[in-house]
Ligand binder design. Sequence first.
Ligand code: NAD
Length: 294
Amino acid sequence: MKIIDGKKISEVILEDLGRKVTEIKNSGDKIPHLAAVLVGNNPASETYVNAKVKACEKTGFQSTLKKTEGTIAESDLLGIVRELNDDQDIDGFIVQLPLPSHINEHRIIEAISPAKDVDGFHPVNQGKMVLNLPCLLPATPYGIMMLFENCGIDTSGKHCVVLGRSHIVGTPMSILMGRKTSPGNCTVTLCHSKTKNLEDFCRSADILIAAMGIPEFVTGSMVKEGAVVIDVGINRLPDPSKKSGYRLAGDVKFDEVAPKCSRITPVPGGVGPMTIAALLTNTMKAAGYKDIKI
Ligand code: NAD
C-alpha cells in the first residue's frame, strides 16, 4: 500500500505557481489576486480560509480577506459579491461555504461572475464541465484529478464509486471521472443516502471516493483488495487529549482500509491541500493564464 501524499504534491504545485508569479512580476504584469469572503465565525471555515490566504502568501499571489458578521443580510452579501465582480484588480474570489441558514447559497453562487468563480460552483462552470468545455473546475474534484495525474494512476476503464452527491464534491467528481479525458474514462457509480446495498457497490470499486461527511464510514470489509481509496471527508471528533479538543477523521477507517488498498489518501494531508492547489491554479487561469499546465 502506498500513501498518496497530497501535502507534498500540493507543495510542488504551489512552487510551480510561485515560479510563474515571479515570471509575471519580472515582466511587470499584474500579479494574480484572490479574494475570500468569510461570513460569521465557523471555526472550520476560518481554518480553511486562513490556509488559503497562507497559500497565497507562499506563492506570491495577492490576497484579500473580507470578513462579515454571521448576521449579515443576504442583500448585503450580494452587494459584496457585486463589488468583487466589478473590482478590476480581483481576478477570482470565493465565498466560503457553508453560509448561515438565513442566506440562500444558490443565490450567492449564481451572483458570482463565472469568470471569477475560482471555486467552480457557478452553474455556468458546472454546465461547461459536464460538456467538457474549458471552464473553472470545482476545486476539490479538480484537486483529486490532479492527484490521479501526478501519481500516474491509470483510471481508464476502471469502476469508480463516488459516495456522496453534493454539488461541490460528489456530483462534479462523478462527472469528471466519467468524462472522456485522462484521468477519467471511468465507469462511474454515484452512491448517496438513498442507495441500496451501498457496501456491494463499494466492494466492486477499483477507485472509491468517499465524500459523505460521516466519520470512518468506510470500513475494511467494504473495500476490494488493491483498490485506490480517496478520502475527502474532514470530520472533527472530540478528543480531550488534543490541545484543540478534537482530532480530524476522514470518511474512511484508515487503519482497516489502508492495508487492503494499493493507494490511499490520509486525513489530514490528502485531499485538503490539493483543494487549495486547485483553487490557486483556477485563480491563475482566471487571471488570464488559461494554458497554465500544472
Ligand atoms: P454534504 O453534506 O453536502 O454531502 C454529503 C453527501 O453524502 C450527500 O449527498 C448525501 O446524500 C451523502 N450521504 C449522507 N449520508 C449517507 C449515507 N449514509 N450513505 C451514502 N451517502 C450518504 O457534504 P460535502 O460538502 O460534499 O462534504 C463531504 C465531506 O467532505 C465533509 O466531511 C466535508 O468536510 C469534506 N470536504 C472536504 C474538502 C477537502 O478539501 N478535503 C472539501 C469539501 C468538503
